[in-house]
Design a protein around this ligand. Structure first.
Ligand SMILES: *Cc1c(COP(=O)(O)O)cnc(C)c1O
Length: 426
């Protein structure tokens, strides 16, 4: 064996996996079982007491899911990861470890529409209060910090406009405030951006999107960077205080730089229950093997489509950070030099009606509420994903009435452009 550290594409194929020790199966088997037999009573007791690692019950962990966890942790440069049932489940499990009722977290206003809903309504009912900030105005994060702030949450490439967030600048604010920075890296994937390299303490994903990549399986994942000290000032009691359910152990003291991933598993997933099906883990693992190939093609196609739209008379503006003229192009060159992702918006001179009409005329693009599929997708956010927001909030989150969002797939770019041409021109 050479001393070379494996590169990204090698990790995407191999990290976490080995031939099955029992059967020799080369692809990771789907361990479709709810539970696992203990060696003996002592073994069972040590697993339940967190004195030994091993499989108990698929709600807490599963060998297929474990390969997925190790692979994404390797791709993101984290110490450990936890797979869960969806991206939204990942967000709940993360914040449950950090916030007590009455606490606050700061979130960038430019977010996936579902996250805006989750933070505003569902989390409020848990007593977790979101305070909004503007990722184009770093000082707005600083101003939002209070003694009850427990975390900062941003997207690396933000939905729906494809804007690039200055992760390092916001990580500096988080460090100063003594709180972890959580980055939703769904739209970039670790192929384009590795937030931990820029100061993120926790990375979350909707695996449903580019990591799975084929639009066939929901999933989510939490990656622990191992960078945050949870023991200071009693601010994070889930990690620093003795846990009554585990004979009084303190997770930070016992598990060190992967204590957060452990907390998410043994306090979050175990008790809240959003476990990922091993079948979905298998589908997503298969998708990840081709992530570097797909992501590059997604980005190259997106750039070509964005350039075409920018030159079309029916189009008022295109918001794609990969265009030299875009206001986020400098940040894209710094954070995502291989490509600015494949999800972006453009606005139509014809406003709301033109948006609705375009969506109905497109043939190759599917009209649906998802991103990160091999297929190209289109949606009109104002009448769908962001319809719950008032007009001012729609504009603020990049989803005004004239805005159309595209997620560019891996088809031939000439076919995508031809489809847009007929739909815009007719
Ligand atoms: C889809 C998405 C989510 C939510 O993920 P689910 O798997 O649908 O629960 C969160 N963040 C971003 C950026 C997304 O695109």
């Amino acid at each position: 064996m050479s001393d070379r550290l494996p590169g990204f594409s090698t990790l995407a194929v191999h990290a976490g996996a080995q031939p099955d020790p029992t059967t020799g199966a080369r692809a990771t088997p789907i361990y479709q079982t709810t539970s696992f037999v203990f060696n003996d009573a002592d073994h069972a007791a040590s697993l339940f007491g967190l004195q030994a690692f091993g499989n108990i019950y698929t709600r807490i962990g599963n060998p297929t899911n474990a390969v997925l966890e190790e692979r994404v942790a390797a791709l993101e440069g984290g110490t450990a990861a936890l797979a869960v049932a969806s991206g939204h489940a990942a967000q709940v499990v993360v914040l449950q470890q950090l916030l007590q009722p009455g606490d606050e977290f700061i979130a960038a206003r430019k977010l996936y529409g579902g996250s805006i809903n989750q933070f505003t309504h569902a989390f409020k009912s848990f007593g977790w209060n979101v305070v909004w900030a503007d990722s184009d105005d770093i000082a707005s994060f600083e101003r939002a910090v209070t003694p009850r702030t427990k975390a900062i949450f941003i997207e690396s490439i933000a939905n729906p406009g494809g804007s690039i967030t200055d992760i390092e600048a916001i990580s500096t604010v988080a460090r100063k405030a003594g709180v972890p920075l959580i980055v939703d890296n769904t739209l970039a994937s670790p192929y384009l951006i590795r937030p931990i390299d820029h100061g993120a303490d926790i990375v979350v994903h909707s695996l449903t999107k580019f990591l799975g990549g084929h639009g066939n399986s929901l999933g989510g994942i939490i990656v622990d960077a191992g960078t945050f000290d949870w023991s200071t000032g009693g601010k994070y009691p889930m990690l620093s205080e003795p846990r009554p359910e585990y004979h009084g152990i303190r997770l930070q003291e016992t598990f060190g730089n992967f204590a957060f991933a452990i907390a998410c598993r043994v306090l979050g997933l175990r008790d809240l229950g959003p476990a990922l099906s091993p079948f979905n883990a298998f589908m997503i693992l298969t998708g990840i093997e081709t992530l570097p190939l797909r992501m590059q093609k997604h980005c190259d196609n997106a750039k070509a489509v964005a350039e075409f739209l920018a030159g079309h008379p029916a189009v008022a503006s295109v918001s794609y950070a990969g265009l030299a003229s875009d206001k986020y192009n400098q940040l894209a060159r710094k954070y995502a030099p291989k490509g600015a992702g494949a999800v972006f918006t453009f606005s139509l001179r014809g406003g709301y009606d033109a948006g609705v009409s375009l969506v109905s005329k497109l043939q190759l693009f599917s009209h649906l509420a998802n991103v990160g599929d091999t297929r190209s997708l289109v949606i009109h956010p104002a009448s769908t994903t962001h319809s719950q927001l008032d007009d001012a909030a729609k504009v603020k989150s990049g989803a005004g009435p004239d805005v159309v969002r595209l997620s560019i797939g891996i088809e031939d770019k000439e076919d995508l452009i031809a489809d847009l041409e007929q739909a815009l021109g007719a």
